[in-house]
Write a protein that binds this ligand. Sequence first.
Ligand code: SF4
Length: 330
Amino acid sequence: MTELITGFSMVKTYRRCPKAYEYKYVRNLQKKKPAPPLIRGTILHELLNSRALRAMKRPARPARSILADYEKQYGSLFREEQEVYGEDFLPNIGRVWEGYERTYINDGWKYEGTEEEIETQLTPTIKYHGTLDKRVVTQKDGRRWICDHKTHKTIPDEEQRFSNFQILFYLWAWNREHPQEPADGIIWDYLRTKPPTIPEQLKNGQLTQRANLDTDYETYAKELRRLRLDPKPYEIYLQELKKRSVGKFYQRIFLPAPSKELTENVVRDFTQTSQIMHGLKVYPRNTTRDCSWCEFYRLCGAELRGLDYKFIEKTEFIEQTVKEEFSEES
Ligand code: SF4
């Protein structure tokens, strides 16, 4: 009997649109030039992985060298391609990363694992396969956690987080396969992909003190230093920024011991969707106004209209199995 594999990206794609699932996981089509959010998520995950490996005293490339490699790749793109990503694309990722390192320099985490593969049998014919971002122990209380890094333009609130319970499934799968070293809970580790705004200098030479400036203390103070401005007149504003900066660009949300019912429901829903997904013979479209965001938009539209979609498929896609995706979410 053939064993079928399921995973969270598969199920998420299928729930959004069965046709997109077919393109991605049945026909194995991948964009030759991935969209900026996917690249951004991938680079940040690579940096997070290397940070954890260093903490575990395992061989790891320094962040500088990872970013330098992407700089090289970016430099070899055509001008029009560079325009898709924008000239600040990589410097902004570098700034997001610097902020993360600064925020969590003494986070008291002991890393036990990074990018660990995990498998567990869901039904006699369907196996779950996934990757745990991190497994950590918080030194202050000795608790073990499964951590999922999430890259977002805006950090989601509690209600939005409710739609993202895949990490509960990871916790369940880990504890099921490792009863000797169970995890106590989960951590959503949010990184905002829009870096703090660098404050503009006004005509009178001073820095703006706009109330709604989307920045943080460090960025503002750094700009004052760069322009050699006296920080005294900015003291109150800087104190305000210090308070406002907490949790604005980086947030770690802990959920210790999620309830048995919540976990069981997440696992059951996931298993049922996986069964439906693998039993399909046809993959209907779910056309919505969000289609314009879909990576298969042009291909799907051409096929739907009976146009030469094969040309688009050949020029814009390659056939390759998707492994793990780290695309940021909006
Ligand atoms: S464009 Fe819309 S209908 Fe077509 S695959 Fe994407 S989400 Fe589905």
